[in-house]
Design a protein around this ligand. Structure first.
Ligand code: DER
Length: 237
């Protein structure tokens, strides 16, 4: 399968370039690409017993344990310590490494781990790369307190979301899905607020890059300020 091959190629390159055998703490994201990252780490046949791997949810922890690596809970990390590196996937990435994450409903712990790592390595096959976010992947996953979910939907509409819905009906699960933190996921469609900016039209590449960065940060902040929102699936590059 060419997509699986592309994931594996991206994972091997990411590990080759960014895995440090002297690392003490390494973050492991969620989804299917990360499985190839862990396999690539294992395939180095080095002594990994000194390294602790920080999961970003139950699936991530299963991948770590199944590979015979040592997991450590995020809240067991020594205080003040940063992870050496965190590897994770994404649902969409732009050329400035802004990402949409949360397709696997693991964005809360993914963002927690990513923001405590010296380096965040996004591992993604070519399908994910778009010139700007919300091109192919048209909605932003948001982790929400269940009690606040409906008021969050209203606030998102006021923010300009065309359509926001509580993620429901996973396979063999009626009603809302629950995250590893026992919360809801709201998927909010936004009409390309991160569209090309006038500066891009005038060929001002740097200006367009800053505008896109600003658009992602602003949208993430506006959503995060809504009462009941716990995490927003926008990572700023
Ligand atoms: O939820 C996320 O952000 C994950 O990293 C995920 O969506 C990427 O999944 P994939 O590697 O299976 O595409």
């Amino acid at each position: 399968d060419p997509i699986e091959k592309a994931k594996e190629t991206a994972a091997r390159k990411a590990v080759e370039d960014h895995f440090d055998p002297a690392a003490r703490y390494i973050g492991i994201g969620s989804g299917s690409t990360i499985v190839f990252v862990v396999q690539a780490i294992k395939d180095r046949n080095e002594d990994l017993s000194r390294i602790r791997f920080v999961p970003t949810g139950y699936q991530s922890r299963q991948v770590i344990v199944k590979a015979g690596l040592q997991p450590i809970h995020f809240d067991s990390l020594p205080s003040g310590v940063l992870l050496d590196v965190a590897f994770d996937g994404a649902d969409e990435v732009d050329e400035d490494l802004n990402c949409i994450k949360g397709g696997g409903a693991c964005l809360y712990q993914e963002k927690l781990v990513a923001t405590h790592a010296r380096k965040f390595i996004c591992v993604a096959d070519q399908r994910k790369l778009q010139s700007r976010l919300l091109s192919k992947w048209d909605r932003i996953p948001i982790e929400v307190e269940p009690l606040a979910a409906h008021s969050v939907l209203e606030r998102l509409a006021a923010l300009g979301s065309q359509e926001a819905a509580i993620r429901s009906g996973a396979i063999e699960k009626s009603g809302p899905i629950k995250t590893d933190q026992d919360n809801f996921i709201v998927d909010a469609k936004f009409k390309h607020p991160l569209l090309p900016t006038p500066t891009e039209a005038e060929g001002d590449v740097q200006g367009a890059k800053e505008d896109r960065q600003w658009a992602v940060e602003t949208l993430a902040k506006e959503i995060k300020q809504i009462e009941g929102v716990l995490s927003v699936g926008l990572f700023c590059g």
